[in-house]
Write a protein that binds this ligand. Structure first.
Ligand SMILES: Nc1ncnc2c1ncn2[C@@H]1O[C@H](COP(=O)(O)OP(=O)(O)OP(=O)(O)O)[C@@H](O)[C@H]1O
Ligand SMILES: [Mg+2]
Length: 264
């Protein structure tokens, strides 16, 4: 389906178009007028301190949270206006890889991957299921885990299975919420490469929320920095280090320090 819109100024095709997005929880104002565009085929990284509303933002995109004001157009449809059936269609086109991998512990990896195929695509043919499961496992390099249970896998493997379970529906857009959190640098690097590979192989457009500067550097075509519910920076990764924005330079100094510590 190709129902997105063209950006007025850039002429590039927008798969997500957000304007004036506001969200509060009772007295607590989280998003204060977010404007954001995601262009077809790009990886957009969202940086920002803990609690600034990064997860709330992508939950608004996935229709899991209803905004107080603003438009959230995804593939040409305003998400807050969608009824349950249209939301189900949207959720097939927009894959959400959660902050916690959220696999079903009582199911094998194969059953975990079959679940969205049966539920969302109503596929029950065992041969088709098997082909799709094995191809998704091959994409994340974990074919051999098909008959294991989540408890038998490492944290990094579980993250990859979580991503495979989202990719199995071949979404046009992927939303990754902290895909590398809690992983060692080598495993993180594997996840970063996987996200770039997904973009290359399937032409997927993605939003990647991260606190991991290496992840941002490896995967980002563009970066936005959320600060106190607003977009404080929107541009290339390289310019993050030279921006005059004092809030962002403090944030980046913290990462420079971390890189330095890692190099010691
Ligand atoms: N369903 C909810 N009900 C009430 N408050 C919420 C809800 N979801 C999020 N919040 C609040 O919104 C704020 C932003 O939360 P969010 O999860 O988006 O932060 P974040 O930027 O993703 O942080 P982190 O980097 O720690 O994941 C927090 O103060 C959180 O408590
Ligand atoms: Mg979060």
């Amino acid at each position: 389906m190709n129902s997105s819109v063209e950006h007025k100024e850039t002429g590039r095709e927008e798969v997500i178009h957000i304007r004036g997005l506001h969200k509060s929880f009772e007295e607590l104002t989280i998003l204060r007028g977010i404007d954001l565009s995601l262009y077809r085929g790009e990886n957009l990284v969202v940086l920002g301190r803990s609690g600034t509303g990064k997860s709330v933002l992508i939950k608004c995109i996935a229709g899991l949270i209803t905004p107080d004001a603003g438009t959230v157009e995804v593939l040409g449809k305003n998400v807050p206006d969608l009824g349950p059936d249209e939301l189900n269609v949207l959720r097939r086109q927009v894959g959400f890889s959660f902050q916690m991998s959220a696999l079903y512990d009582s199911m094998t990896i194969r059953e975990n991957l079959e679940f969205p195929l049966k539920r969302n695509l109503k596929i029950h043919d065992t041969k088709v299921l098997d082909e799709k499961v094995m191809s998704a496992l091959a994409d994340v390099g974990l074919e051999r885990t098909a008959n294991q249970f989540p408890a038998e896998l490492s944290g990094g493997q579980k993250k990859r299975i979580g991503i495979a379970r989202t990719l199995i529906l071949q979404p046009e857009i992927m939303l990754y919420d902290e895909p590398t959190s809690g992983l060692d640098p080598i495993t993180s690097e594997e996840i970063n490469e996987l996200m770039v590979e997904v973009q290359r192989k399937y032409g997927t457009s993605s939003i990647i929320i991260t606190h991991d500067i290496t992840c941002a550097k490896t995967t980002a075509d563009r970066v936005i920095f959320l600060h106190e519910g607003e977009v404080g920076y929107d541009g290339p990764f390289e310019s993050l280090y030279t921006t005059k924005n004092p809030l962002l330079s403090t944030f980046m100094q913290y990462f420079n320090l971390k890189e330095h510590e890692r190099a010691r």
